[in-house]
Unconditional design. Structure first.
Length: 341
């Protein structure tokens, strides 16, 4: 890709034009998107104007914004050159990460060295999963580097999704023999006993987010077979008592709803050759009043323990609808105001 600048008569003019030239016009069409919607997205987020002229894109705006748009466009074009597509999520990731990562590494089990200095892709059977924020990238690194990794933050930040993706990746590569996913079956308004069906029917609604994540990474037939063979287990936290989880990738989701004793019980299930990921949101505790969250205790007790990592997310890491981030920020601001008064 060739880059040139057409400098206006006044060299110090802040709004000088940056021009990018793209050799493959077909890839440029994909870069721009249908009805130039990809360009419109970048323009809106970075407050620039992008004008297409043949196989060139001219960028107008503040100098810093121009440079950032230039880097994002280059990174997305390089993605297209490798045969990948450019979706809205890819644009969002480049905008959040500043398009600064040049080399692409695929995390496939023990290939952690590819992480250094490059983008990260987690390989699963159905798709490549890429962290969209710096916090997510650091979290994925922790999941591969540590036997016990905590992911703490608000809903929509990818804590559980990325943990399950890493678990599937390690299972595919043979680093673990099974995947175990668990959640506390804490009642939030509707009693378990009131739901129809047997125990599995009563519990499955609580486990549905874990099934959803797995369906994103594994073909339906393969997933069904692995569950039937107990290579993948999805079970309430209470079912973990008395077990030793060896050679497994274990995820505890919604850990803020585990009691102190449940958290201790779960953490001490860790066996040889296993990894654990604990995810939770301290602002969404559904435990009865006066019952201490095991997640808070774990933070307090394990923060200095070697081999244990804590990774934190904020509303800025939300990768769902933009309104979700705004809603979380509004609630956080109200909570801070209440604490001060």
């Amino acid at each position: 890709m060739a880059i040139s600048e057409m400098t206006p008569p006044l060299a110090q003019e802040a709004n000088k034009e940056h021009v990018l030239e793209f050799p493959d016009n077909r890839l440029l069409i994909d870069l721009c998107g249908e009805y130039d919607r990809n360009l419109a997205n970048i323009e809106q987020k970075l407050k620039v104007q992008i004008i297409r002229r043949g196989n060139q894109l001219a960028i107008h705006g503040e100098e810093a914004a121009q440079l950032e748009a230039e880097t994002v466009l280059q990174s997305l074009y390089q993605r297209l050159e490798t045969g990948k597509s450019v979706e809205q999520g890819d644009i969002d990731r480049e905008l959040r990460m500043g398009g600064s990562e040049k080399n692409t590494g695929t995390l496939d089990g023990d290939q952690m060295e590819l992480f250094k200095g490059g983008k990260v892709e987690i390989k699963t059977r159905k798709k490549l999963v890429e962290p969209r924020t710096e916090a997510q990238k650091a979290y994925v690194k922790s999941l591969f580097n540590n036997e016990l990794a905590f992911g703490i933050g608000p809903a929509g930040t990818g804590k559980t999704y990325l943990a399950v993706a890493v678990g599937v990746s390690m299972f595919i590569s043979g680093e673990v023999d099974k995947i175990i996913l668990s959640r506390p079956a804490v009642e939030a308004g509707e009693k378990l006993g009131y739901l129809p069906g047997d125990m599995k029917d009563k519990v499955d609604p609580y486990m549905q987010p874990l099934y959803d994540a797995l369906n994103d990474f594994l073909p339906a037939k393969q997933l069904g077979k692995l569950i039937e063979e107990k290579k993948i287990e999805i079970a309430p936290l209470a079912f973990m008592r008395g077990r030793t989880l060896a050679n497994a990738f274990v995820v505890l989701d919604e850990a803020q709803n585990a009691t102190t004793m449940q958290m201790k019980m779960f953490l001490t299930r860790l066996g040889e050759g296993s990894r654990m990921a604990i995810t939770g949101d301290r602002t969404q505790v559904d435990l009865p009043r006066g019952v201490q969250s095991g997640l808070r205790d774990a933070e307090r007790l394990l923060s200095e323990v070697k081999g244990v990592s804590f990774n934190y997310f904020t509303a800025n890491d939300v990768v769902r609808h933009p309104l979700v981030a705004a809603i979380i920020k509004a609630y956080d601001a109200d909570a801070e105001k209440a604490q001060k008064t």
